[in-house]
Design a protein around this ligand. Structure first.
Ligand SMILES: [Zn+2]
Length: 231
């Protein structure tokens, strides 16, 4: 993140009617970016590309309907700051706003694939308690506002790491990632076309584990959409 961007971010907190990107344009209080800055965000266009880079990560790993990311995660760009703020700075309204942006991009896919509901990538209970919220749930909230597709925050949970796991080597823990989700409401998942919503996809390991868990518990299909994709 650039110092000037940190400054504009701070100023946006003090003066919410100023664009978070350029700190020039006046905007509505409920918006975060002016039209120019919105258009300059690093959109991937993946939602229109079959075999896009996010999708390729999951080839041969899971069965899916569609997979895409909306933005490239570019270090130093406003998108990095936005993600930082929604994860660690309690900027819940910003997360919902980004969810709305995602919704406009994937609306057609949701219809085509008859998505029944979205599931936010669950956080560890402890992490969510400390943070006070799950940013992926807030993305879902924004998506739901625009598309009317409901979301389910309780049907899937992360299983807590046991103390023995923390003693394992990094590589062993990495392998353990594959087994950290649990469906709490199997009836609700049965036969449903489910969309997993994540903030950033980096290796895809957790998202894959999440999808596998849903499929093994009777989900009809899974699709995945993340706010950002790490190059
Ligand atoms: Zn702007």
């Amino acid at each position: 993140m650039t110092p000037s961007y940190m400054l504009s971010s701070l100023l946006h907190l003090l003066y919410p009617s100023i664009c978070l990107g350029c700190f020039n344009e006046e905007i509505e209080n409920t918006e975060f970016l002016c039209l120019d800055c919105l258009l300059q965000l690093p959109y991937t266009g993946f939602e229109k590309i079959q075999g896009n880079a996010t999708e390729k990560m999951f080839w041969g790993r899971i069965e899916y309907r569609f997979i895409c990311s909306i933005f490239y995660f570019i270090p130093g760009s406003p998108i990095q700051q936005i993600i930082h703020n929604i994860k660690y700075k309690n900027e819940k309204e910003l997360a919902i706003f980004m969810g709305r942006l995602m919704a406009h991009r994937i609306q057609l896919l949701l219809q085509q694939h008859q998505i029944d509901f979205a599931i936010p990538m669950p956080l560890h209970k402890k992490k969510q308690y400390i943070r006070g919220y799950n940013q992926a749930s807030l993305l879902c909230e924004g998506i739901s506002e625009i598309t009317q597709i409901p979301y389910n925050e309780t049907g899937l949970k992360r299983i807590e790491h046991t103390s023995t796991q923390t003693k394992k080597s990094r590589m062993e823990r990495w392998e353990n990632v594959a087994d950290v989700f649990e469906v709490t409401d199997i009836e609700m998942m049965r036969g449903k076309n489910i969309l997993i919503i994540d903030d950033v996809i980096t290796t895809g390991a957790s998202t894959e584990a999440c999808a596998q868990t849903l499929l093994s518990q009777g989900a009809g299909s899974v699709s995945i959409c993340s706010l950002a994709f790490t190059l």
